[in-house]
Design a protein around this ligand. Structure first.
Ligand code: UDP
Length: 485
């Protein structure tokens, strides 16, 4: 499948500006580059800077080259302060909507870059539903990248197309999400990812964007790229393609392709202190807790987590998005918590090397918000989960983990957190930690998830299902280019 320099296919990647979208896109760009294609990422200068280290590492260890072109978010056009370059830099719901609005104004910049560089294909994020039209004006096909898996794609599309949520009497009454499938998966309106799918809710910038993304998914692009593998959710891959009729390729788990470059760094001097801490612990003895790159809990919730963890008696790594300020007392930790937990647990502030933590033999469970990347990273590392979905399609991912794959237990968050959010109590947290870390149920889940981890590794190897699907896609793009030139 090596492309010669003279006929090198050129693919543009245009991810939404959030870690959960840019990170798998970077892995995808490196994967395409490793197949001899030219890969260029279009993003803000914040991410361009973030990417420079990983691009350098993969050039050094894998010999792949990824280019980056920058665009500028028109913040002042929508009333945002200048310099907002990623969704995690805005915290209020109002400003998040403005951020989405500003992203809708990137058309001209994308158009200019496409005209100047003339790539053969655009891989655009699902949050840019206007991108296929912009690319089509230059005769360039667009593949859509959803930063999620097939199960949630099927569930989201079925809810959008058939509206089962309109046929129940209350927000808590269950309904079946995906008709005609062996698994009867029920949700209720309280757990739907966007407000407008519930009754009596006025549309906003995000809900109209959501509708546009679903419409584009069913026929508005060349096809859909999915970070998943066939053996994980085969029934849903088939349903998405054959019943819902969406052309798609599964090429994941993307986190597995980057293993070599990651290992090289972790063996180096700048190995994160939490990995060294894990080295001193016995296998499966530590629970890892993290809720992704966006979610942020209030003090009350953090206090419940601290108490639940302590009561569970398990060793832990807990990632908290709070800076430690010298001399400032942190109420949410509770009196004497850090002293009592010395040696038993580690609080990582801000950012943790999640994939490496999950791959560490000492980690026996993962309390997660069920973001798709986190879910797939846990599956790929063979780690059972305690699921605590917070927003977006995370409730669908929870269903996949707990009811379809049966590799996790619910912590019991009842609703999508919209503004204030319900507090999950310490007893539920303690119970979930124990269930995922000890006893027969935990053993069964661990064995099952380790089986999926094996299948994941095989999927990305030569001849594996994801590797073959990627081959097919590259062949198709090559034919498409020959036919149109
Ligand atoms: N992540 C990480 N360290 C952190 C927090 C997050 O490496 O401290 C990574 C995680 O491994 C995953 C991504 O950020 O790849 C988060 O994506 P996900 O889809 O799980 O959740 P989101 O952040 O989009 O809510």
């Amino acid at each position: 499948m090596e492309e010669t320099k003279a006929h090198q296919l050129h693919v543009f990647f245009f991810p939404f500006m959030a870690q959960g979208h840019t990170m798998p896109t970077m892995d995808m760009a490196k994967l395409f580059a490793s197949r001899g294609l030219k890969a260029t990422i279009v993003t803000t200068s914040y991410y361009a800077q973030n990417f420079s280290k990983t691009i350098e590492k993969s050039r050094a260890f894998l010999g792949t080259q990824v280019e980056v072109l920058t665009i500028k978010i028109p913040c002042s056009d929508v009333g945002l302060p200048e310099g907002i370059e990623s969704v995690h830099m805005v915290s209020s719901p109002e400003n998040r909507l403005k951020f989405f609005e500003a992203c809708g104004k990137l058309r001209t910049q994308l158009d200019q870059l496409l005209k100047r560089h003339r790539p053969d294909c655009l891989v655009a994020d699902t949050f840019f539903p206007w991108a296929p039209n912009v690319a089509a004006e230059s005769g360039i096909p667009t593949l859509i990248f959803h930063s999620t898996g097939y199960f949630s794609l099927c569930a989201s599309l079925c809810v959008f197309l058939y509206g089962p949520q309109t046929k129940v009497a209350s927000d808590s009454e269950p309904f079946s999400t995906i008709p005609n499938l062996p698994d009867q998966i029920e949700v209720n309106r309280d757990r739907l990812p966007v407000d407008f799918l519930r009754e009596g809710v006025v549309e906003n910038e995000f809900s109209s964007l959501y509708k546009a993304t679903r419409k584009m998914e069913i026929g508005g692009s060349y096809g859909v790229l999915v970070n998943s593998f066939y053996e994980l959710e085969s029934g849903y891959v088939d349903h998405y393609r054959k019943v819902l009729g969406v052309k798609s390729w599964q090429i994941g788990p993307l986190c597995l392709y980057n293993k070599r470059a990651r290992e090289e760094t972790e063996n180096s001097v700048d190995r994160h202190e939490c990995l060294k801490w894990l080295d001193s612990k016995t296998p499966n003895s530590v629970i890892y807790m993290s809720f992704g790159s966006v979610a942020n809990f209030n003090d009350e919730q953090l206090m419940e987590i601290a108490s639940g963890l302590e009561a569970s008696g398990k060793l832990f790594i807990w990632v908290v998005k709070r800076e430690k300020k010298e001399g400032v007392k942190e109420e949410w930790l509770g009196e004497g918590f850090e002293g009592r937990m010395n040696g038993k647990g580690l609080i990582v502030r801000g950012w943790a090397p999640q994939v490496s933590i999950l791959e560490h033999v000492a980690v026996g469970g993962f309390m997660t918000h069920c973001g798709w990347n986190s879910t797939l990273e846990a599956v790929s590392a063979g780690v059972p989960m305690a699921t605590w979905p917070i927003a977006a399609e995370q409730f669908y991912n929870e269903k996949l983990v707990t009811e379809v794959l049966r590799v996790g237990v619910e912590v019991s968050a009842k609703k999508v957190v919209r503004r204030v959010g319900d507090i999950v109590k310490r007893e539920s947290i303690e119970r979930a930690v124990r269930r995922v870390m000890e006893g027969e149920e935990s053993e069964l889940m661990r064995n099952r998830v380790k089986g999926f981890a094996e299948l994941a590794k095989r999927a990305v190897e030569e001849g594996g299902s994801s590797c073959l699907d990627l081959n097919k896609l590259i062949e198709e793009l090559t034919h498409h280019r020959s036919n149109s030139s």
